[in-house]
Ligand binder design. Structure first.
Ligand SMILES: C[S@@+](CC[C@H](N)C(=O)[O-])C[C@H]1O[C@@H](n2cnc3c(N)ncnc32)[C@H](O)[C@@H]1O
Length: 204
């Protein structure tokens, strides 16, 4: 679901960028570790501040990133010109990637905008390589309920922190750390288990 005018302004301003740089990226990095040298995917890239952080702080070598809103993808392309990022316009519920493609997938606050967010989480699990990492920051149902006079979000079947954690686990990923703030926002780091080889016990 695209952002309304107010949220569009909220997401495209220096305060949002500062929160992402100073608080969210360091927190997710501390929780999930770096993805140095990997190939990553960002869901709902917005204007590309997250893409910069994924390259510069998480250390990935190359990034694929998409957003439902062509205006956002245009802004992100401008911001990241010359960097190893491929952008496209798409929805998070059907990822145009083969199974086991990415070392890391990033979600900076998009899946609460997606009606079928469980399917999107399952898609994340599908496209991650064994051992790959999922980093997520999500906005929770109580925040959506209290701000519905101001912001447009799907209203049914939203999630709290525990429900989102359970959906990650149900998709086959292992949550390694999760935290929440006032039941409004939550952060997750998860890994896709490595399958046991013949005679091996596998990792995690
Ligand atoms: C709250 S904004 C976050 C933007 C950016 N990740 C950030 O942290 O600043 C949510 C973004 O998700 C995008 N979006 C909403 N529904 C989507 C969907 N189904 N698939 C892909 N992107 C979507 C919106 O266009 C918007 O850019």
């Amino acid at each position: 679901m695209r952002l309304n005018r107010f949220e569009y302004l909220l997401m495209n301003n220096p305060l949002r960028a500062a929160v992402q740089r100073r608080f969210e990226a360091p927190r997710l990095l501390e929780m999930g570790g770096s993805a140095r040298g990997g190939v990553a995917l960002e869901l709902g890239c917005g204007r590309g501040v997250g893409a910069e952080l994924i390259l510069d702080r998480f250390g990935v070598d190359s990034l694929d990133a998409f957003d439902l809103d062509p205006r956002m993808v245009g802004l992100a392309r401008q911001r990241l010109g010359g960097r190893p990022v491929r952008f496209w316009v798409a929805s998070g519920t059907a990822l145009p990637a083969a199974d086991d493609s990415y070392d890391a997938v990033f979600d900076f606050g998009i899946l609460h905008h997606v009606r079928d967010w469980r399917r999107a989480v399952a898609e994340v699990a599908r496209v991650l390589k064994p051992g790959g990492r999922f980093y997520a920051e999500e906005v929770l149902e109580p925040f959506i309920r209290r701000t519905r006079w101001l912001l447009d979000h799907p209203r049914t079947d939203r999630f709290d922190a525990e429900q989102f954690r359970a959906a990650i686990e149900a998709s086959g990923l292992a949550v390694v750390d999760w935290r929440q703030w006032w039941g409004w926002v939550a952060w997750y780091a998860a890994r896709k288990p490595v399958q046991a080889g013949p005679g091996g016990s596998g990792e995690e």
